[in-house]
Design a protein around this ligand. Structure first.
Ligand code: FES
Ligand code: FES
Length: 155
């Protein structure tokens, strides 16, 4: 049954009337037009749909909009601040850490959450944190370099 839900997305408040059991992914894409949150598997296995929920990386295809209501939601469109790219976004550009780019928003948000929690992660911590994000183009080497660069361990 539909409910009126308050969503805080990228610092802006939105009211949506929807079934709270609906995946957050589809509300972001279809109601709020935030198309940077991608659909891959729909089963929590690929990470293409990753967003930040109260600072933690979550898969929005297996997170209901009801769970996300009232929390801070950040999508790739909201990561840059004041016209300046987030350090992870800049590092992905600097390391050319993408090919088709389909996985990239989810990769960047997962890395941003990691660096928020561990500003200077080891390579093992980076690999472990990024393990739930799949890149079908196989750019993993450059993705890891980009996360290391963003963490300041690589210039
Ligand atoms: S689409 Fe959500 S994890 Fe694959
Ligand atoms: S760059 Fe194509 S899926 Fe990762």
């Amino acid at each position: 049954m539909n409910q009126r839900l308050q969503l805080n997305v990228n610092g802006a408040r939105h009211t949506v009337e929807t079934d709270p059991a609906r995946p957050l992914l589809w509300v972001l894409r279809n109601e709020l037009d935030l198309l940077g949150t991608h659909y891959g598997c729909g089963e929590g296995m690929c990470g293409a749909c990753t967003v930040l929920l109260d600072g933690h990386a979550v898969k929005s295809c297996v997170t209901t909009v009801g769970e996300a209501a009232g929390k801070s939601i950040v999508t790739i469109e909201g990561l840059a601040k004041g016209g300046k790219l987030h350090a992870v976004q800049q590092a992905f550009l600097d390391e050319d850490a993408m090919q088709c780019g389909y996985c990239t928003p989810g990769m960047i948000l997962t890395a941003a959450a990691l660096l928020q929690e561990h500003p200077h992660p080891t390579r093992e911590q980076i690999v472990a944190a990024m393990n739930g994000n799949v890149c079908r183009c196989g750019t993993y080497g450059r993705i890891i370099k980009a996360v290391e660069r963003a963490a300041g361990s690589r210039t």
